[in-house]
Design a protein around this ligand. Structure first.
Ligand code: ATP
Ligand code: MG
Length: 405
């Protein structure tokens, strides 16, 4: 028997720790708004650019309820939403014994038709309102017993059963679910201030940007493009990476592309090869710190990790930081490459990142760059070229590529 659509909804769960008082409202507002936008985005991708999501969204008892049928679009939107611990498509039934039992039997029947007979199951009841006389354990036993009667092939297993039948008892309408999809965790995007992510074409920077989104900061996106010394395939790759990052933020961001090759050439002609990578990086940071406030960003995000390459020793990072006027967030600072690769696979950026394409940092670079630099040395080198003029030129040449996802 199929359930009428108005009895279908999706239940969202989030971690409640640290969500007291005002905090919680703020958190829920962001989460609800993001989910709505992501669902709408999927609807628009379906062909109608004006599509709106009209499903009602309500909050009760530390949960969010979306009044909508379960479909691929809703699933995908929720799978890309930070801030959720899990979510379930649910059926709503009147809060009385007969309806709960009938609903549970029908949901298990539907589950078996979709997935085949599970080896074992257990009922997991939770009472948000204590309107029924039974305790949660008594309800588990009552409904579990009825399910055993209806499906003689089933067995009960309390630890790690193949199927959980969830019951949430509420005052008027209670919820029944058989599927619980894990969420991405983290905090809803927008619950923290925006940052500007520096995206190269490598493995690390998209992971760093997505990790930052996971802590609630929307990320604006920029790339330093080594044109005319690197090919267009590099730009195409970064545009594709930007699109992957945008999957995880409800408002997709455009990519700001800074022409950088000529600037690097100017630096290379004037300076010592050993310090070049650090000098390039200091220029990037200066340009990014000038752009960030225009985009409402409060800091930068990079994919740097301690000791991974010569420019990422503590001394060199300190020299790079000295050129910054905003904080530089480095989410991967203690990760090793295997951990970063695993993250890239999890977020879906790995295949794109390993496409061939030279990063501009390798242009005119020394084969044995300095492992240790000092701010004084860097400043001495920088007296040989017009730093501010090059920064201004770079800013004036920025091209904005429309937001995609
Ligand atoms: P990635 O895999 O992110 O390229 P990496 O290990 O190759 O990192 P570097 O090339 O030293 O390291 O770059 C360190 C960080 O500096 C990058 O993670 C990125 O945030 C930033 N960066 C480097 N090159 C560029 C670029 N062309 N455009 C924007 N940001 C860059
Ligand atoms: Mg790189």
């Amino acid at each position: 028997m199929s359930t009428p659509e108005h009895d279908r909804a999706v239940l969202l769960r989030y971690h409640e720790i640290a969500l007291k008082g005002q905090n919680r409202r703020w958190f829920e507002d962001r989460l609800e708004g993001n989910v709505r936008l992501l669902i709408e985005r999927g609807l628009r991708a379906g062909g109608d650019p004006q599509a709106r999501f009209s499903g009602k969204i309500t909050r009760q008892h530390g949960r969010i309820l979306i009044e909508t049928a379960w479909n691929e679009n809703v699933r995908e939107a929720l799978c890309n939403s930070f801030g959720l611990s899990s979510f379930s498509p649910i059926r709503k039934v009147p809060t009385d014994h007969a309806s709960l039992i009938r609903g549970a039997i029908e949901e298990v029947d539907a589950y078996i038709r979709r997935h085949g007979q599970p080896s074992d199951f257990r009922v997991l009841s939770r009472r948000s309102d204590k309107v029924l006389p039974e305790t949660s354990v008594e309800l588990d036993q009552l409904i579990g017993g009825e399910l055993l009667r209806a499906f003689p092939g089933l067995k009960v297993k309390l630890e790690k059963p193949a199927l959980y039948v969830g019951i949430e008892v509420r005052r008027d309408r209670s919820f029944i679910w058989t599927e619980k999809v894990p969420g991405l965790g983290g905090l809803p995007v927008g619950s923290n201030g925006p940052l500007l992510a520096m995206l190269s074409g490598g493995l690390d920077s998209p992971v760093a940007a997505i990790q930052t989104l996971r802590r609630g900061s929307a990320t604006r996106l920029m790339h330093f493009y080594g044109t005319p010394f690197v090919g267009e395939e590099v730009l195409r790759k970064v545009i594709d990476l930007a699109r992957i990052v945008n999957r995880y933020q409800p408002k997709p961001e455009p990519l700001h592309v800074v022409p950088f090759g000529k600037l690097q050439e100017r630096i290379a002609l004037a300076t010592s090869p050993k310090l070049r990578t650090v000098l390039y990086r200091r220029m990037m940071v200066r340009i990014a710190c000038a752009l960030a406030p225009r985009l409402g960003a409060h800091g930068l995000v990079t994919g740097e990790s301690l000791g991974q390459v010569a420019s990422q020793t503590v001394e060199n990072l300190a020299t790079i930081n000295a050129a910054a006027t905003l904080p530089i967030i480095r989410p991967l600072v203690t990760c090793d490459k295997d951990e970063i690769i695993a993250q890239a696979q999890r977020w879906g950026s790995y295949e794109t990142s390993i496409r061939p394409g030279l990063d501009c940092c390798t242009l005119f670079a020394d084969r044995h760059p300095a492992l240790h630099s000092s701010i004084d040395e860097a400043e001495a080198q920088e007296s040989r070229f017009p730093v501010q003029e090059l920064v201004d030129e770079a800013l004036a040449g920025i091209q904005v590529h429309e937001a995609r996802w």
